[in-house]
Design a protein around this ligand. Structure first.
Ligand SMILES: Cc1ncc(COP(=O)(O)O)c(C=O)c1O
Length: 433
């Protein structure tokens, strides 16, 4: 072909492809990707010979029970030491799950029948269930556009029975801890941080879990680091630590002379296989979150100038993990159009996920019916607390209007560019419509 004719044909082709690339895939245009963007669970992507060696050590030792080993030899004890150092707390205690960690922390805080715990209306079942299981009353507060507890909705929920504020850091994003801690101090309340979905994130330079009286983490498969199941508790308060240790180990305190009187406990001890895998994983925590954050920042910087773009509220953008790039819409219908548009481009989005709107779960709306005779639930106060949709309408509204592209630590530059291209293509078309 003559060179000039070739150039003209090539230019025409590129104009044609630009035109079809601009047209939304949902309307018949070319999609940004043919393979949908998506990530596997983060921790297992980093499994290698380090985890394997830890497991082989335990097999060879024939001592999978943590207390069959000395403090120096125990994988679990070593994991706890490194975890406490990373979270900048005096103590860390490994347990079998995030739910076990919550139960242990609540028991350590001496929450009991008739006490009230303020929890965000949008959080995981375990936050609610562990409060119920000790005979205490959960009191829901609204979330804000960070998807976490709204500090402005806490104070009017406090009563003389309130003992604890549970600040949950969902989907990689720290809750706004300064005002939450100030309210707790003003009213003499304890703060429990649930960092299960944000292991490794920080708030104004402080590791999540280190700011409240006690912090808990899930190390289950979908969390930042994992051994399939697992959990951890951190605190810098020796009294809370001793109570937590006793509660998780059927009362016994093995490594120090007993200071407390009898305290009935359960068995939430971690085994050495789990401890070994988590020891290998805690050493990779900063690599994993560094990789996710790098990818999330590429996407944030690629969409910052999109007209009218409205991000999820980030109380500390430096500290969040970048688990998902969440954008807000004016209505649920608009979000649905964005979701359909992004799916067609091969860059699917999801609503705030991994948790549950407790007020809209029907059995919870009917309020703790499985133990109605417990005095705390049968009491006038127990009967008066509202759990239905009417207790947190703003939470329900916010959750219906946000959607995000989930980030993965192993995304390539091309993956993040595709996320940017798809958002730039679909978002303005939806919000301008
Ligand atoms: C916020 C939150 N808290 C607690 C838990 C409970 O953790 P686990 O599944 O390890 O019991 C989860 C689990 O997803 C969670 O998301």
């Amino acid at each position: 072909m003559h060179r000039r004719a070739f150039l003209a044909t090539a230019a025409a082709a590129s104009v044609a492809s630009a035109a079809s690339a601009d047209q939304l895939a949902v309307n018949g245009g070319a999609p940004v990707r043919s393979q949908p963007l998506g990530t596997a669970n983060w921790g297992p992507l980093y499994y290698d010979e380090k985890e394997q060696t830890q497991l082989s050590d335990v097999l060879r030792s024939r001592k999978p029970f943590r207390f069959a080993n000395s403090l120096e030899q125990s994988k679990v004890a070593n994991f706890e030491n490194e975890y406490a150092a990373r979270m900048q707390t005096k103590y860390a205690l490994a347990v079998t799950s995030g739910t076990a960690a919550l139960h242990t922390a609540i028991a350590a805080l001496e929450v009991g029948p008739g006490d009230e715990v303020i929890i965000p209306a949008w959080t995981w079942y375990s936050c609610y269930a562990t409060v119920i299981q000790v005979g205490a009353l959960p009191v829901f507060a609204e979330i804000d556009e960070s998807f976490n507890l709204d500090p402005a909705d806490i104070e009017h929920r406090i009563t003389p029975q309130t003992k604890v504020i549970m600040a949950v850091h969902l989907q990689g994003n720290p809750a706004d801890m300064d005002p939450i801690l100030a309210i707790a101090r003003k009213h003499g309340l304890k703060v429990l941080e649930d960092c299960s979905q944000s292991v490794g994130a920080t708030y104004k330079g402080r590791p999540l879990g280190s700011m409240g009286d006690i912090g808990i983490y899930s190390l289950q498969q979908s969390k930042t680091i994992t051994a399939g199941e697992g959990g951890a508790i951190v605190t810098s308060d020796p009294y809370l630590f001793e109570r937590a240790v006793r509660f998780h180990d059927v009362t016994v305190r093995r490594d120090f002379p007993a200071k407390l009187h009898y305290m009935p406990g359960l068995n939430y001890r971690m085994n050495e296989f789990t401890g070994g895998v988590l020891l290998a994983q805690i050493r990779k925590l900063d690599t994993i979150i560094g990789d996710v954050r790098r990818n999330a920042r590429r996407v944030y910087s690629g969409i910052r100038d999109v007209p009218g773009v409205r991000l999820r509220h980030l109380p500390d953008p430096e500290g969040e993990l970048g688990t998902g790039i969440f954008l807000g819409f004016r209505s649920n219908a608009e979000r649905q159009r964005y979701s359909d548009g992004m799916k067609a481009e091969g860059v699917p989005v999801s609503g705030p996920a991994g948790s549950v709107v407790l007020p809209v779960v029907p059995e919870i709306e009917q309020k703790v019916t499985f133990i109605p005779r417990w005095p705390s639930f049968a009491s006038e106060r127990g009967q008066s607390i509202r759990y239905g949709r009417e207790c947190c309408p703003r939470t329900i509204d916010i959750l219906s209007r946000f959607a995000g592209v989930m980030m993965g630590p192993k995304y390539t530059e091309r993956d993040t560019e595709d996320a940017v291209t798809a958002i730039r293509k679909v978002y303005p078309a939806i919000v301008a419509a």
